[in-house]
Design a binder for this molecule. Structure first.
Ligand SMILES: [Zn+2]
Length: 392
């Protein structure tokens, strides 16, 4: 071999090694975190004496993203906005969904009329507000859709200021609820201990931005911009850093826990699964499921009585019958909805029996939940339960 050939080979080898390491780095970033700084552009959010919510949110979001990027090389950070621009609520969720994010973290600052002393941080997950005060927080955050020209069409007639609109959150089946609530409690704990904020607790309310994102998601209210002392703190660089640090520490814990729980190949499996699951709203879903096809292995039908089943897993494609995720469960079945394979088990017309089975299933699939069918067509589960109770 001539010297020039040798050096040519050396260069080829070097290039190969470089390509390999580059692709390795890209592949290694398998956890996608979306950080959503609330408001922006012509939507200032809540307004304090000097500061605007949109600026506080962005500052904390960018600091948090930087901490993650510097400390977690396997995490890809995506911002819904990284400067002062307006982004619609649907677009924010869309960014996360398109990126197949593992986590969606929305950052906001609270405000309350009539008090200049109330202080503290709170963390929120999607759900039905348990008090008027909680509903008010969701109303205020959701009312940003009024800045969008076609909000009536985009949000299917949702009126952010009408309590009636929030009924959709009552019939919600959120596959990520337990993960979201757990993360929320981790964040709240760090905001209390690391960021030393007064503890305003973990709550649930109907946030549109969380509803539209198909992954575990939380919304943080950093503190009250309406309280001058807290406004001053949140608007300061030191304050923003402290808040970001608290959230960052909770994120680290959450991620570490996920890794221990899943380990090896399971991580990939769970990720594939979570990509295709969605937050469903029974009331709206009835319309969507007209196209659903139920062609499972088992058939449990007793005339036109509702059949209850436990949905425990979703997948982007049909799983093999001997897939171990399906093993050991009674009457495994599946149906296809919007291109997603949804796996069910424990079919029965006896709701109480299905409820008892659910207890066992949740030991393995903690987010499993009950759905209902009539003659192979999915129906509203709440209506089906009512019918079951009436005919008992
Ligand atoms: Zn806000």
């Amino acid at each position: 071999m001539t010297a020039s050939k040798k050096s040519f080979l050396r260069i080829v080898l070097l290039l190969c090694t470089m390509c390999f390491s580059i692709s390795y780095i890209v592949e290694a970033q398998d956890f996608v975190l979306v950080i959503d700084a609330g408001h922006g552009g012509h939507d200032p959010g809540a307004i304090g004496k000097k500061a605007k919510e949109k600026d506080i949110n962005l500052n904390v979001a960018l600091k948090l993203g930087k901490m993650v990027q510097e400390n977690c090389p396997d995490v890809k950070v995506i911002y819904t906005r990284s400067k002062d621009v307006f982004v619609s609520l649907n677009r924010r969720a869309e960014i996360a969904n398109n990126a197949k994010a593992d986590l969606f973290l929305s950052i906001h600052t609270n405000s309350v009329a009539g008090s200049k002393t109330v202080m503290g941080a709170s963390t929120w997950t999607l759900g039905l507000a348990k008090s008027d005060a909680n509903l008010d927080v969701a109303k205020r955050e959701n009312s940003v859709i009024l800045y969008e020209d076609d909000y009536k069409t985009s949000y299917a007639g949702f009126d952010p200021n009408s309590a009636e609109s929030y009924i959709i959150f009552e019939f919600m089946q959120d596959n990520y609820m337990s993960q979201s609530v757990h993360l929320a409690s981790l964040v709240q704990n760090e905001l209390k201990n690391t960021s030393k904020r007064r503890d305003q607790g973990v709550h649930q309310a109907g946030f549109l931005v969380l509803k539209a994102s198909a992954m575990p998601s939380i919304l943080v209210e950093l503190g009250f911009i309406s309280t001058p002392a807290e406004e001053l703190f949140l608007a300061s660089e030191a304050g923003a850093t402290t808040m970001a640090k608290g959230i960052f520490r909770a994120f680290q814990t959450y991620k570490r826990e996920q890794e221990t729980k899943q380990g090896g190949t399971a991580t990939q499996q769970t990720k594939n699964t979570s990509l295709t699951t969605e937050k469903n709203f029974s009331s709206q879903e009835d319309k969507k499921v007209e196209q659903s096809t139920a062609k499972g292995v088992t058939q449990t039908s007793d005339g036109s009585k509702p059949v209850f089943k436990i949905q425990f897993l979703t997948a982007g494609r049909k799983l093999a019958n001997n897939d171990r995720r399906l093993s050991g469960l009674p009457e495994v079945d599946f149906f296809v909805e919007n291109g997603t394979y949804k796996y069910t088990c424990g079919a029965s017309t006896d709701y109480n029996k299905v409820k008892a089975t659910l207890k066992d299933v949740t030991k393995r699939y903690k987010d499993a939940f009950i759905i209902a069918f009539r003659e192979e067509k999915k129906i509203n589960v709440n209506d089906a339960i009512k019918e079951f109770s009436a005919n008992k």
